[in-house]
Design a protein around this ligand. Structure first.
Ligand code: AMP
Length: 279
């Protein structure tokens, strides 16, 4: 497995693979890999001949006061894990490689980004869309893999690729969870044992909501309230948002009459955790 730090080096690698007729897959990540990331890589290996994974903690998607400086980083560990699932190359650029001095172009996906994490983290999706567009231009993958864990992000990336006629197919992979239900996340490392236990309230409340829907509940505000009440009962958890929107359009809805996204963001200690389920 190769590790590239510059754009010309990774471009060269991909160009040679393409010349041999290889199908190229890209798995963008911020590193500190876990099973969720590895599942994206395994799916990529299944669908593509060559898999490139990017590891880049993208500063433009972090807001002031967020965890950019403390975000966990461990390239050696990541490289061993990526190699283990057959990744062919890691692209690990420095910040100046991606945002050289004078950099001034950004991508803004409208509408979809006005709610949920977009409302809670102003500028977040502008940073995400910008860096993903850059990675697509650098690697020119046939397929790119994203996790349903970040449901809104996957929708934003799909919207961007369609709107800008990008020649890449976006594949969304189901959320990978710990055995007890907690969605895997690099940020889970911020949790102490009591907080780790408290964090189970996210998946538990989503499952309760799904059970209520299965039992016939269609009233969106009642389903939402059920989730809010469960999370409020957990003293270590602080709700940032609990929302239900139609899926995949993310429109307001009062009654469930098609697929809907129940998404939540909850702070536990210094970890901001997100999770979601399709109802
Ligand atoms: P991140 O490194 O957190 O930016 O995530 C990189 C990619 O991995 C994104 O497409 C995420 O949606 C995806 N991902 C993160 N956690 C999970 C998970 N638990 N299950 C599936 N995909 C995930």
């Amino acid at each position: 497995m190769d590790i590239f730090h510059t754009i010309p080096a990774v471009r060269d690698f991909v160009r040679q693979a393409r010349a041999r007729g290889r199908v190229v897959g890209l798995v963008p990540t911020m590193g500190y890999l876990h099973e969720g990331h590895l599942e994206l890589m395994r799916q990529a290996k299944k669908q593509c001949d060559i898999v490139v994974t990017s590891i880049f903690v993208n500063p433009t998607q972090f807001g002031p006061g967020e965890d950019l400086a403390t975000y966990p980083r461990d390239l050696n560990r990541d490289a061993a894990m990526a190699r283990g699932v057959g990744v062919d190359a890691i692209f690990n650029p420095g910040v100046e490689e991606i945002y050289p001095p004078g950099y001034s172009t950004y991508i803004n996906v409208e509408r979809l980004t006005e709610k949920l994490c977009g409302a809670a983290r102003p500028g977040h999706f502008r940073g995400v869309a910008t860096v993903v567009a850059k990675l697509f231009n650098i690697v020119r993958p046939d397929y790119a893999f994203f996790g349903q864990k970040d449901a809104q992000q996957a929708l934003v990336i799909k919207r961007m690729t369609a709107d800008l006629h990008m020649d890449v197919e976006v594949v969304v992979v189901p959320t990978v969870r710990e055995q007890d239900g907690l969605a895997m996340s690099s940020r889970n490392i911020y949790l102490n044992p009591a907080q780790r236990q408290a964090a189970l309230v996210l998946s538990r409340s989503l499952n309760k909501a799904a059970a209520a829907v299965k039992a016939g509940q269609r009233d969106v505000s009642k389903i939402r309230q059920l989730v809010v009440d469960l999370i409020r009962a957990e003293p270590l958890a602080e709700i940032e948002y609990v929302e239900i929107y139609s899926y995949p359009d993310l429109e307001q809805t009062k009654v469930l009459d098609g697929a809907a996204l129940l998404a939540l963001a909850v702070k536990i200690g210094r970890a901001r955790l997100i999770d979601n389920i399709i109802l």
